[in-house]
Design a protein around this ligand. Structure first.
Ligand SMILES: *[C@@H]1O[C@H](CO)[C@@H](O)[C@H](O)[C@H]1NC(C)=O
Ligand SMILES: *[C@@H]1O[C@H](CO)[C@@H](O)[C@H](O)[C@H]1NC(C)=O
Ligand SMILES: *[C@@H]1O[C@H](CO)[C@@H](O)[C@H](O)[C@H]1NC(C)=O
Ligand SMILES: *[C@@H]1O[C@H](CO)[C@@H](O)[C@H](O)[C@H]1NC(C)=O
Ligand SMILES: *[C@@H]1O[C@H](CO)[C@@H](O)[C@H](O)[C@H]1NC(C)=O
Length: 261
């Protein structure tokens, strides 16, 4: 699926192209994911009841339109979701899932405040927008779903589109880099380019690999950025394993994440 994706250019129809191109990849990745994200720093209950830690990353599929229903069925412990974009998912209209908008990427040509305006409109419409996410794997290339944004462009875009939201009481997430060493380097460059003008409230983490690797990576992120009030794991999986291995991985990870406060 990845190879069927044509290279992206960052032009006027960036998002349309992006999404038509990337949905299959994301679904392919997300399929193995349990579609869960966790977030720390709020007290976890350790039970499978509704929790502010339990979130969903899900992009609806026109081929399987009913799939998204399972996340809002009775007994779902999820409380929030994101979909890599800043338009809500229709299916979750009028549900108890809170929307977390994301500014996926950035382009040299785009000097607009489209994202900022869209989030302000949601707030004006009375939507409970408490957090936003920014830049999906900016240190990663398009072929793996990354937004491939240079740190200087990300910094200027951040100041224009993200930072102003803090004044409205919205908590803003640091760029969601990959877990590769390039992620740490990219973030370091980002903060230098920001020159003190970017103040993320929390830091997202992506991790693909086993439980020990996840826990170790989280430790490294928390040690590197002790000033972040929360860490959110917004993508993680031990991908392409059999069912039992996958369940064991998620059980162990969730139990661990629930214990962290
Ligand atoms: C959820 O609960 C309602 C009311 O108890 C019930 O009518 C509905 O069938 C349930 N839905 C599912 C998917 O279990
Ligand atoms: C959500 O509720 C509003 C107001 O009641 C309604 O107009 C809208 O169609 C609903 N959306 C969905 C997807 O059911
Ligand atoms: C908005 O969402 C947050 C987080 O889920 C929740 O704590 C808060 O009570 C909600 N506020 C309203 C007005 O619904
Ligand atoms: C956290 O630290 C980074 C540099 O490591 C800094 O640029 C950023 O502004 C800090 N965030 C806050 C909320 O102070
Ligand atoms: C994972 O946890 C669930 C819920 O507690 C349990 O039903 C299931 O048997 C566990 N699976 C594995 C493989 O540990």
């Amino acid at each position: 699926m990845i190879t069927s994706c044509t290279p992206l250019y960052r032009g006027p129809h960036f998002f349309e192209r992006l999404f038509s191109c990337f949905f299959p990849i994301m679904l392919c990745r997300l399929h193995a994911l349990l579609l869960a994200a966790a977030f720390f720093a709020l007290i976890g209950t350790g039970s499978a009841t509704r929790s502010s830690k339990r979130g969903l990353v899900y992009v609806p599929s026109s081929k399987h339109p009913d799939d998204g229903e399972i996340f809002v069925d009775n007994g779902s412990d999820l409380t929030w979701y994101y979909n890599y974009g800043y338009a809500e998912t229709d299916l979750y209209d009028n549900t108890s899932l809170n929307f977390v908008p994301m500014l996926w990427g950035a382009s040299d040509e785009d000097t607009s405040t489209t994202f900022l305006d869209a989030v302000e409109k949601l707030l004006d419409d009375g939507r409970n927008i408490t957090h936003v996410l920014a830049f999906n794997e900016p240190d990663g290339g398009h072929s793996t779903g990354g937004s491939n944004v240079p740190a200087d462009l990300a910094a200027s875009t951040w100041k224009r589109q993200i930072e102003p939201l803090r004044k409205k009481g919205v908590k803003v997430g640091a760029p969601a880099v990959t877990s590769a060493p390039t992620g740490f380097t990219w973030l370091q460059n980002f903060f230098s380019e920001c020159a003190g003008g970017c103040h993320p409230d929390f830091i997202p983490v992506h991790y693909y690999g086993n439980f020990e690797g996840l826990a170790s990576h989280l430790g490294q992120v928390m040690a590197t950025y002790p000033n972040m009030s929360e860490v959110w794991v917004t993508e993680f999986a031990l991908a392409e394993e059999d069912l039992k291995t996958t369940q064991t991985f998620f059980n162990q990870s969730i139990e661990y994440l629930d214990r962290l406060t």
